[in-house]
Design a protein around this ligand. Structure first.
Ligand SMILES: [Mg+2]
Length: 266
């Protein structure tokens, strides 16, 4: 066994959003956390959470899990807001934003113009203020409209020469980000900073914003058994031996994948 870089999405990958399912997932999550924590102590394995949530909503989840006595691990690095913000723990409990990453993304990003163009799409509903980030504009969009609206929106934004990408995820979240930002690019940035080899890196996800963790990549990928249609469709159209579609759901699916790739002993 040796050091690896473990990156996982949170909602519906490590932790189910549905409260009843969260209770069912608890034993598997507790077991996985124990195994990862032991690996971190013994082999300096790095644990990274990569979430669509803002830091504010991440902290809400952290608090909720603590109240349930099913705490998340303290990650070595936290990637928030769909790869647009990277935090690390400088002191024990103090999170510090990586300004090198933020500065890199800020070049060629025009938030005001993105908002102005998107405002013409009436099916888009703005997400709460806490989720509007300096480098991310976020809406809710009903799944039934997505197939029509997403390409039209992309077209309008790109027509204005905006250097952006549009990510639709979980059948509801629509995020507009700088083109250079997504969970995949943030993973590369973090991996290179930690100087960990691609072959010793594994990422886990369940939905559309996780595709960037898996597309055209040499890192290993784990898709949990409960993954959303948008990710499963993409996976089936782009099969790759570096990617494992788990039979098990949520935390048990992650553990299955880590054993499949030999990061944890089976
Ligand atoms: Mg998710």
């Amino acid at each position: 066994m040796k050091q690896f870089l473990f990156i996982t999405d949170l909602d519906d990958t490590l932790v189910p959003q549905n409260p009843a399912m969260a209770v069912d997932n608890d034993p598997a999550m507790v077991k996985l956390n124990q195994r990862l924590e032991r690996h971190r102590q013994q082999h300096a394995t790095k644990i990274v959470y990569s979430t669509g949530r803002s830091l504010f909503l991440y902290q809400e989840l952290h608090k909720k899990q603590k109240e349930r006595q099913k705490e998340l691990l303290q990650p070595d690095i936290l990637i928030c807001a769909v790869g647009t913000e990277i935090y690390s723990y400088k002191d024990k409990d103090k999170l510090t934003l990586n300004s090198k990453w933020s500065d890199h993304l800020s070049e060629a990003w025009d938030r005001e113009l993105v908002e102005k163009i998107s405002a013409a799409f009436t099916k888009l509903k703005l997400q709460p203020e806490s989720e509007q980030r300096p480098l991310k504009v976020s809406y809710l969009l009903e799944e039934k409209f997505a197939e029509q609206i997403v390409p039209e929106l992309k077209h309008s934004l790109l027509e204005q020469k905006l250097d952006i990408q549009v990510i639709y995820s979980g059948g509801k979240d629509l995020d507009i980000l700088p083109r250079k930002a997504n969970k995949g690019m943030a993973m590369t940035f973090v991996r290179e900073n930690l100087e960990i080899d691609v072959a010793q890196t594994v990422a886990c996800g369940d939905s559309g914003n996780d595709i960037a963790l898996f597309a055209d990549r040499e890192e290993k990928g784990i898709i949990v058994g409960n993954a959303k249609k948008e990710l499963l469709d993409w996976h089936n159209a782009n099969l790759n031996p570096n990617r494992h579609l788990a039979k098990a759901k949520f935390a048990a699916g992650i553990e299955e994948g880590l054993e499949y790739f030999g990061f944890l002993e089976g």
